[in-house]
Design a binder for this molecule. Structure first.
Ligand code: TYD
Length: 203
């Protein structure tokens, strides 16, 4: 039986990566394949280089897409076909939400355009868990990490969040929106329950 693909999404500082780390250590999720985008491949390295420099925004998007294509053929498809469940920290919705915001001045409907660029070759997740949080709270949480990149600015993250919420509204059956502005334990339990339910059909 084909495995299930679950993706975790949310703005920087939403707590997504922390919960993902906790999930890796949780017995009930052992045996699942944990992965992330940008990946740790050389294309993922190129993506990270682009993010740290003044790279053209379309070039940056294309690098993210190249990383996604390589991720799918190298890990996602083979894992799902061999029956493993895959949990990815960020996936296509990150592109729609983030590059949908960075390219907002260049196109009328960047989110729709980016979504269409994935059509025909991507593998759609069975479940997308969206860690939803006010960018003000998220940026405060990132305080310790400093002004890491352009992505951590509040105005920008407001656009990213609204793109995420639009994606969720467009596909309510694929998305579960989690209120991430709560104590970590509560968010974690909610996320674990949601994912276990999707994978095993259990509460
Ligand atoms: P990530 O390593 O997940 O950030 P974090 O340090 O919060 O764990 O991702 C790096 C940045 O890349 C993050 O700000 C989100 C952004 N990003 C995009 O803009 N588009 C994409 O398609 C992806 C996967 C990430």
């Amino acid at each position: 039986m084909r495995g299930k693909l679950i993706t975790l999404e949310g703005i920087d500082g939403s707590g997504k990566s922390t919960v993902c780390q906790l999930m890796k250590n949780e017995k009930r999720f052992s045996g699942h394949v944990f992965t992330r985008e940008p990946t740790t491949s050389w294309i993922g390295d190129a993506v990270n280089r682009a993010l740290r420099s003044d790279t053209d925004l379309i070039a940056e998007l294309m690098l993210f897409l190249a990383d996604h294509a390589d991720h799918i053929s190298r890990l996602i498809r083979p894992s799902l076909e061999s029956g493993s469940n895959v949990i990815s920290d960020r996936y296509s919705a990150s592109r729609c939400a983030y590059q949908g915001a960075t390219l907002a001045g260049l196109f009328d409907e960047p989110l729709d355009w980016i979504r269409s660029l994935h059509k025909g070759w991507t593998i759609e997740p069975d479940l997308i868990v969206l860690f939803d949080i006010d960018p003000l709270v998220a940026v405060k949480r990132c305080g310790e990490r400093g002004e890491r990149s352009k992505f951590e600015k509040i105005e920008f993250l407001k656009k990213v969040r609204s793109n995420y919420l639009r994606l969720a509204a467009d596909e309510p059956s694929r998305f579960v929106v989690i209120n991430a502005d709560r104590p970590l334990d509560e968010v974690k339990e909610d996320v674990f329950r949601t994912i276990a339910h999707a994978i095993e059909g259990q509460e």
